[in-house]
Design a protein around this ligand. Structure first.
Ligand SMILES: [Zn+2]
Length: 243
């Protein structure tokens, strides 16, 4: 999976994973960086925040929950060490208002669901949305164990109120029709939840619902991530709203 971080007129949005640190540092070596904005704490977004801060002297900003996590550091699983590498702790400031550069204004919007601390950054004048992991793809196949489908649906509905076309996703950018792509993801999650709840109402237990709706790839990813990422987590999250 590709990882993107973005540079915009003195602002960095996310920092990539620490396994790519040398290349990431090379990418910004000649750029003035005044502020680093993190969409959320996950190690493929925050992995180079500490080293970037050290190199540039920039202030690192994000959700207060992200700041609390990054200040202490957080544990990751073996597959995360292998794929991304860990994030070094860094001192951050909580971002509660729009942040400005000479030419741009980025407004943070709380979008919990993928993680509790998730933010997106909206550039109203240009119709851009820096969306972190809010999108990733239209038909996602896995949730991490702590993802929340209801919160994701609500966050997507909130973001659909904004006027944007370009979706600067951290893994799958959509230069055009970004809002359309995001609406398809919203439809997919709403439909999946409806299917799960319909089977639940018919009396099927969770294991049977997972089996009936499972997009086959589940087992390999589930095995590699030691159960942290799976389709089953999507179903179980949807079932919580039936309780
Ligand atoms: Zn993430």
């Amino acid at each position: 999976m590709n990882v993107y971080f973005y540079y915009l007129d003195g602002l960095l949005i996310d920092t990539g994973q620490s396994h790519m640190q040398r290349h990431a540092l090379e990418a910004i070596v000649d750029l003035p960086v005044h502020h680093i904005l993190l969409t959320h704490h996950h190690e493929d977004h925050s992995g180079n925040a500490a080293v970037f801060q050290k190199q540039t002297g920039a202030t690192v900003w994000g959700n207060a929950r992200t700041a609390a996590k990054l200040q202490k550091g957080f544990r990751i699983l073996p597959y995360q060490h292998l794929v991304w590498g860990r994030a070094t702790p860094v001192i951050m400031k909580p971002l509660t208002a729009p942040i400005e550069s000479d030419q741009h204004v980025l407004t943070p919007v709380a979008t919990p669901g993928h993680s509790k601390d998730h933010l997106v950054f909206f550039e109203k004048n240009y119709g851009w949305l820096f969306s972190g992991d809010l999108y990733i793809g239209e038909r996602i196949k896995f949730f991490r164990s702590d993802e929340d489908i209801d919160a994701q649906i609500h966050s997507l509905q909130q973001v659909m109120q904004l006027d944007f076309d370009t979706l600067f996703c951290a893994h799958n950018p959509c230069p055009q029709n970004g809002k359309h792509h995001l609406s398809r993801k919203l439809d997919f999650l709403v439909t999946l939840k409806q299917k799960v709840l319909a089977l639940h109402r018919q009396g099927y237990p969770a294991r049977e619902i997972i089996h009936r709706l499972d997009p086959r790839t589940d087992r390999r990813v589930k095995w590699i991530t030691m159960g942290n990422a799976s389709f089953a987590h999507m179903v179980r999250s949807a079932l919580k709203s039936a309780q």
